[in-house]
Design a protein around this ligand. Structure first.
Ligand code: HEM
Length: 155
């Protein structure tokens, strides 16, 4: 399960579904990385650019789920669901659903990519998606390992 979580996080890092968060307005003058933004400035943090920063994610173009096992990223470094008080309300549900679907499919079937060509991401409005979907073929069924359920004492 920790590796499944890491795979989901790395997928959301390298190709965040939502590229930018909703715009924020500076209520007071703020300075970010040496750049001053006066009151009223509309700021639109870019999830994609943050997730591709080399100083945070060495070799950012490489799919490496292990990074999420090796260190804990802060809410300012890893933000596929945005942040602060407007953070995605469905974040926990989306992560749970993602892992449940993947674990259920992979428990029963072996899959392989139907096409060996790299999957290209395309922008659709503020979202990112695979250009032509990700076609897969089922190469076999997984053997189910029988586990004996512990005997339950009836009262
Ligand atoms: C992988 C799936 C999803 C991703 C990557 C995602 C990402 C995001 C992002 C980046 C925002 C903007 C947050 C911000 O501005 O700081 C957002 C807002 C929102 N999301 Fe999601 N979302 C996902 C799934 C869902 C689901 C399943 C639901 C509902 C069940 C949902 C409901 C919402 C709502 C209502 C907002 C607006 C929150 C607000 O403005 O207060 N999202 N989401």
């Amino acid at each position: 399960m920790p590796y499944l979580n890491a795979v989901c996080c790395e997928t959301l890092r390298i190709y965040p579904v939502v590229l930018i968060v909703s715009p924020r307005e500076a209520k007071k003058t703020i300075t970010i990385m040496g750049q001053e933004y006066p009151v009223g400035t509309a700021l639109t943090p870019c999830i994609y650019l943050t997730h591709h920063r080399e100083d945070l994610y060495p070799e950012p173009e490489k799919f490496k789920p292990e990074r999420f096992l090796e260190r804990q990223y802060s809410a300012y470094e890893f933000l596929p669901f945005g942040g602060t008080n407007r953070r995605c309300i469905g974040a926990a549900f989306a992560m749970f659903e993602m892992k449940l679907v993947l674990a259920t499919i992979l428990r029963h079937y072996n899959l392989a990519l139907a096409d060996k060509q790299p999957v290209k991401p395309v922008r659709r409005g503020v979202t990112l998606a695979p250009a032509g979907g990700v076609k897969m073929v089922m190469t076999g069924k997984r053997m189910q390992v029988e586990t004996k359920s512990p005997s339950v004492a009836t009262v």
